[in-house]
Design a protein around this ligand. Structure first.
Ligand SMILES: NC(=O)c1ccc[n+]([C@@H]2O[C@H](COP(=O)([O-])OP(=O)(O)OC[C@H]3O[C@@H](n4cnc5c(N)ncnc54)[C@H](OP(=O)(O)O)[C@@H]3O)[C@@H](O)[C@H]2O)c1
Length: 260
């Protein structure tokens, strides 16, 4: 497994990160096929198997249903091995998403995330945008609140998981980390991802396999390494993630652009 510095955050993560939507939520998601959530025991086994592959970046969110609480149980003795990323702005309650981008809601959300995850700090805290990337950053008190949460030591890095290149562009001014959608048929963020990397932000690619719709997952995964410090791939299958690790380790993997 290759490990990379995440911009200038001081964090180092595996180049292959793990996205945990499927660990806790199977309603109103965009995967090609419906699926059953794993049982509690299966979820714990999956988390530990992902760690055993050498994956050290785990992305979760309150919006991912049971994901945070399941991670908290599984990571009880292994929290220090992982870079944990979670989010604020979206909650999943009564089978649907609810959005609140106020600073007050973010504070409540982070405290609840810390409780569920069984930790006193996150490593990365991202705005979980609903698409109003620019409005959230311009018209709410969320950025100032994220800065305060970071200053209090409750997260090491802050940033945006957004949907638009314009929103990501605004976040260059204050974020430590950008999580951007990237796959071969959605190159809309490539330019802002390059700007972010060149100015020392950590860059994470999400939806690299087009949420499972990608025609050629191997080439998508390989190429993502040229655009981001790490690719966050969703899966419930350690076997598949092992294969994804192998793809990144193969000699013909795309060279990375920067080494920061
Ligand atoms: N707004 C946000 O902040 C936001 C939005 C989207 C995503 N994310 C983050 O990014 C993560 C990744 O996004 P995503 O889960 O939507 O999509 P993704 O990583 O593009 O695709 C995941 C899907 O691809 C399948 N898959 C994994 N490896 C594969 C392979 N080698 N060949 C074929 N299929 C493969 C997985 O199925 P199996 O389970 O069968 O392996 C899963 O259904 C999320 O889990 C989340 O952490 C954040």
């Amino acid at each position: 497994m290759e490990y990379r510095s995440l911009g200038r955050t001081g964090l180092t993560t595996s180049a292959l990160g793990w996205g945990t939507v499927k660990l806790g939520r199977n309603i109103d998601v965009k995967y090609p096929a419906s699926f059953d959530l794993p049982s509690d025991q299966e979820a714990c086994d999956i988390v530990l198997a992902m760690l055993d592959l050498g994956i050290t970046l785990i992305d979760t969110a309150p919006a991912y249903g049971l994901s945070e609480s399941r991670l908290g149980i599984a990571l009880a003795n292994r929290r220090q091995e992982v870079v944990l990323s979670s989010k604020v702005g979206e909650q999943f309650q009564d089978g649907r998403s609810h959005f609140d981008f106020t600073g007050a809601a973010a504070r409540r959300s982070v405290e609840a995330s810390l409780r569920r995850l069984g930790t006193d700090h996150l490593d990365i805290l991202l705005i979980h945008s609903d698409g109003r990337d620019e409005w959230i950053q311009r018209e709410t008190d969320l950025i100032e609140t994220l800065k305060s949460i970071k200053a209090e030591g409750k997260t090491r890095a802050i940033g945006l998981s957004g949907k638009t290149p314009e929103g990501a562009g605004l976040a260059l001014a204050w974020a430590d980390v950008l999580m951007c959608p990237w796959h071969p048929l959605d190159r809309s963020h490539e330019s802002v991802m390059a700007s972010a990397r060149s100015t020392g932000l950590g860059v994470l690619a999400k939806k690299v396999l087009a949420s499972g719709h990608a025609a050629d997952p191997q080439s998508a995964l390989k190429e993502s390494m040229s655009h981001a410090d790490a690719a966050v791939i969703g899966s419930l299958s350690p076997t598949r993630m092992h294969a994804n690790c192998g793809v990144l380790e193969s000699p013909e993997s795309e060279p990375r652009l920067g080494d920061h």
